[in-house]
Design a protein around this ligand. Sequence first.
Ligand code: HEM
Length: 279
Amino acid sequence: MLSAILPLVFSALALASDADTHPFVPPGPGDVRSPCPALNSLANHGFLPHSGQGITVPQFVQALKDGLNVGAQFATVAGTAALASNPTLFGATSVDLNMLDEHNFPIEHDCSLSRKDAYFGDDHTFDQDTFNQVLAYFDGSEVATIPAASKGRYHRVQQSMATNPELSYGALQFVLSYGETALYLSVLDNPLRGNPPVSYVKSFFENETLPYNLGWTKPEIEVDFETLQPIITELILANGEVIPEGLTLDVGTLISIWELKDPITGKLRNTTCALLGLC
Ligand code: HEM
């Protein structure tokens, strides 16, 4: 009898989808979250620890792969950069998501798509007014196209330039910010195309959910630096923003900024140089 039932149980388990095994559970008291909609969604769906605390690089690697089909190269480099947010810094082997709030080092920056600049207060919690500025560029369309996403991102830069007297927006923020737009377009669609439904984009940013309920599944093709680079190039071409002098936008540059290197000089960044606005 048991031998007849076991195969059925195993095949049912094999068929269980991510949506079944990783339902959305909003953060509760004591759970912490970050300025990153992807990491928050992964924690809300239990791919990362739901508490958002004590996350190691291997946990980032596993969660990004299982939840979003993001490759080990990106996850290792970005996860290692995240450890630099831990105030104990030297020798830290894990990080809490709320530690990633730290402004300008190693990752958090101005001109975000859905968060206010640090100058205006809370730079890490989702802010609908800010995100509405980006959404306006998708007006009337069901699909978040690369040109519209690019113009929405560039609007945020121009808006910060006009209003934030303490704005930091150099080569580093340029690459990080284009990279983040390329990331959401990639994981919410096929990373060789980058045209997800606007409904997925809204769900991901506004509710910090992986939009299984709208029909999304993680991309079949793995997202990594190699797939992000051409999307970033398309995004830049779509709004004609001038590339900072001396910046080469190849895969090596993308990797080096997540390795905490200045994208132009290649020198290692640290908190002091970030605070002094020198990198
Ligand atoms: C270990 C991996 C990762 C780390 C440490 C990380 C960290 C961060 C941090 C600190 C920010 C804030 C930047 C800002 O101030 O705007 C951010 C933003 C962002 N991240 Fe992540 N991230 C990771 C992986 C991902 C992945 C896989 C995606 C895929 C969609 C993603 C999508 C985004 C987006 C779209 C933003 C921009 C949010 C905004 O501008 O409002 N991230 N990330």
